[in-house]
Design a protein around this ligand. Structure first.
Ligand code: DX5
Ligand code: ZN
Length: 224
């Protein structure tokens, strides 16, 4: 299994001070920077675009874990790769041809991620699980940080676990995004998750290094 990966979401940072947010994430011992791209169409909110991703890329050596909550990933994926996404995760609900997007991402030598919303059935992503690097199980309806964790994700993870039994999928990052905290992370690792986005929980904490250590510890302890 992959080691536990923690990806703070820069969406939860002070919008007037993203430079400091990058420093905070780098100094915290977290693994990736999660970048939530919202188009005001697939989700109601608007957030970051290509110039922001390019600027981040120039500023940090941490991998950029770009989560595109956009209506037209088939047409736009290439631009996000060009901007510097190391991991590019798109939504199965929005994609016309997920296989083609996955192919494009991997041809560029980047890692492909597939996301599904809380209301989307696991079977929707099952046909693609063996061709991606990362699955992103949403535990909130995408659009905003700071929302309440939706326990329906537990069932999804269990379905995935049952489905993946006996398959060679140890390389997969099984990620959970939305409302993750020390309260639920152990229950998530216990159901097979190994990668976590943390927005408000990370940015609200005074001591970022401590909170990352606590998340890693809770992930291991409670899953046993
Ligand atoms: C929701 C985003 C999440 C969110 C996480 O649309 O995809 O990545 O920013 O923030 P928290 O951890 O506060 O739910
Ligand atoms: Zn996200």
């Amino acid at each position: 299994m992959n080691k536990i990966t923690i990806a703070p979401s820069i969406l939860s940072a002070d919008p007037l001070d993203f430079g400091s947010a990058v420093d905070m994430i780098e100094n915290s011992g977290a693994d990736w920077i999660h970048v939530d791209v919202m188009d005001g169409h697939f989700v109601p909110n608007l957030s970051f675009g290509l110039p922001f991703i390019k600027a981040l890329k120039g500023r940090t050596s941490l991998p950029l874990d770009v989560h595109i909550m956009i209506s037209n990933p088939d047409e736009r994926a290439a631009a996000y790769l060009e901007a510097g996404a190391d991991y590019l995760t798109f939504h199965v609900e929005a994609a016309k041809d997920p296989r083609n997007i996955i192919k494009l991402i991997r041809e560029k030598g980047r890692r492909a991620g597939l996301a599904l919303n809380p209301a989307t059935h696991f079977q929707t992503i099952a046909p693609y699980c063996e061709s991606v690097d990362l699955l992103l199980f949403m535990s909130v309806n995408p659009g905003y940080s700071g929302q309440e964790f939706m326990p329906v994700v537990f069932e999804k993870l269990e379905e995935f676990k049952a489905w993946s039994h006996g398959k060679e999928l140890d390389h997969l990052f099984v990620a959970v995004d939305g409302g993750v905290s020390v309260k639920n992370i152990g229950k998530l690792t216990g159901r097979g998750a190994n990668s976590f986005v943390s927005g408000s929980f990370f940015f609200k904490a005074r001591d970022k290094r401590k909170i990352v250590d606590e998340l890693r510890l809770a992930a291991v302890e409670e899953s046993e």
